[in-house]
Design a protein around this ligand. Structure first.
Ligand SMILES: Cc1cc2nc3c(=O)[nH]c(=O)nc-3n(C[C@H](O)[C@H](O)[C@H](O)COP(=O)(O)OP(=O)(O)OC[C@H]3O[C@@H](n4cnc5c(N)ncnc54)[C@H](O)[C@@H]3O)c2cc1C
Length: 416
């Protein structure tokens, strides 16, 4: 089959990888040169521990408090947009304890599948993306943070992630002896891993190119043609391409693109920022999430450290806000008083747009309207973690094979 994958982020490239492997003629089309999308500057966590979806009762409560503070970890940029209002209403409605409970198993399962795929890749000579299995620390400073951490530990055990342990302050210090941490303790999710996303993406592109996958950069998909219930042509400003099947993996732009095929996907862009010290004077052995700071730190690829965070629900053409980067770095200093990272200039700051579905679960599966279209987007905070697994499942769907897991919770039509 001639398959066109729209979007060369981790989801699109992983889909292309498995589709090529199963013998399809694959073309990836991206409006950029695929060197700087959301799949690059992220924190690199491959994290079965992230079994809580973005849509929780807590985030709605916190979000309403934080909404007007442009330095806060969660910020909705006020604007008159029907798609934002629609997304917000759906998000608030679905963010219940029952939804959190229901989402845990599917999120865990797809993360475990994905982790297995990344581990298979690390055994191949073309992939050296600094994959490490050191787990993830969730560090807390307050009793409330500690209660949250203990709750997460119990939940992780219930879900079979039994190598999750609670660390006292002394045990945390023993794991990070070179670094002073102001904290009461941490949870160590030993099931997690991390990698250097920039290398992963570059190596995937090189591998696909070498295998003959057509990679068309700087070409925006602008429309489609259809015939007898299938999308048969993909249009860009430069050409019109024939397709037997389409994978829609265009990240934060998927709602607009889906609308061009008459599909409704509630989705907004959640911008996050990161700053990477290429040769860090600070030492950290393990990736860490700062619970009260809502910031992620990752030691990666040798001596690099990346600080990342914030969720800014905004439009993809809104200019970046340096106040949010300041918020990230200030949170780091509250936990790591010896980490004095000077505020970088804008050219040293990376930002990307997380594709946020209205309930925090991906949209993954065939569409009811078009029999040859598979949608794979909406992975929000965990698109890197779930990327390889999503790609594998996309290929299983198009090959009509037995699926690695039940994808009913990711059904596209769940908001109808
Ligand atoms: C600060 C930060 C930290 C993060 N940390 C983690 C982490 O540790 N672990 C984790 O799992 N996730 C993390 N994430 C989330 C993760 O980065 C994203 O979920 C993931 O990269 C999304 O991948 P994607 O392939 O769906 O989208 P993208 O990487 O955005 O790719 C989509 C591509 O589609 C292209 N496109 C869009 N429209 C069109 C069009 N019309 N025509 C052609 N091409 C088009 C875009 O140009 C883009 O290249 C983080 C995100 C941020 C911002």
């Amino acid at each position: 089959m001639k398959v066109i994958v729209i979007g060369g982020g981790i989801v699109g490239l992983s889909s292309a990888y498995y589709l090529q492997q199963s013998g399809h003629e694959v073309t990836v089309i991206d409006k950029t040169d695929m060197s700087s999308n959301c799949s690059y500057g992220n924190a690199g966590y491959v994290c079965p521990s992230h079994f809580v979806p973005l849509a929780t009762p807590g985030i709605v409560k916190q979000g309403l408090k934080w909404m007007w503070n442009s330095r806060s970890p969660f910020y909705v940029q006020p604007r008159l947009s029907w798609s934002l209002i629609d997304w917000g209403m759906k998000f608030m409605k679905v963010a219940t304890p029952e939804h959190v409970e229901r989402s845990a198993i599917p999120l865990r399962d797809i993360a475990i599948i994905s982790k297995k795929m990344y581990e298979e890749w690390t055994a191949l000579p073309q992939f050296r993306f600094a994959y490490e299995r050191k787990g993830l620390l969730e560090i807390f400073q307050t009793d409330t943070g500690g209660d949250h951490a203990k709750h997460m530990l119990e939940k992780a055990h219930e879900l079979g992630l039994t190598d999750t342990v609670l660390l006292s302050k002394e045990q945390l210090d023993a794991l990070e002896p070179q670094t002073r941490i102001l904290a009461k303790g941490a949870v160590h999710f030993q099931c997690d891993a991390h990698l250097y996303p920039n290398k992963l993406m570059q190596q995937l592109l090189a591998d696909l190119r070498q295998k003959g996958v057509r990679l068309l950069g700087n070409e925006e998909v602008t429309g489609f043609e259809n015939s007898q219930g299938s999308i048969t042509k993909v249009k860009t400003a430069k050409a019109v391409y024939d397709a037997d099947a389409i994978v829609l993996s265009s990240g934060s732009w998927s709602r607009e693109l889906a609308a061009k095929m008459d599909l409704k996907i509630p989705l907004v862009a959640g911008r996050g920022y990161s700053v990477t010290l290429e040769d860090s004077p600070y030492k950290l052995n393990h990736p860490a999430v700062l619970i009260e700071g809502r910031v992620a730190l990752t030691p990666m690829d040798g001596n690099k450290i990346r600080f990342g965070g914030t969720m800014e629900i905004t439009s993809t053409d809104a200019p970046p806000r340096m106040s949010r980067v300041k918020g990230v770095l200030e949170a780091v200093e509250r936990f790591f008083p010896d980490f004095t990272v000077p505020m970088p200039t804008m050219d040293k700051v990376w930002y990307g747009f997380r594709p946020c579905s209205a309930d925090g679960l991906p949209y993954l599966g065939r569409t009811a309207k078009w029999k040859n279209v598979v949608v794979a987007t909406g992975h929000a905070m965990v698109g890197l973690s779930l990327g390889a697994g999503t790609g594998k499942i996309v290929s299983e769907i198009l090959n009509e094979e037995k699926l690695s897991m039940d994808i009913a919770p990711f059904n596209l039509d769940r908001f109808r």
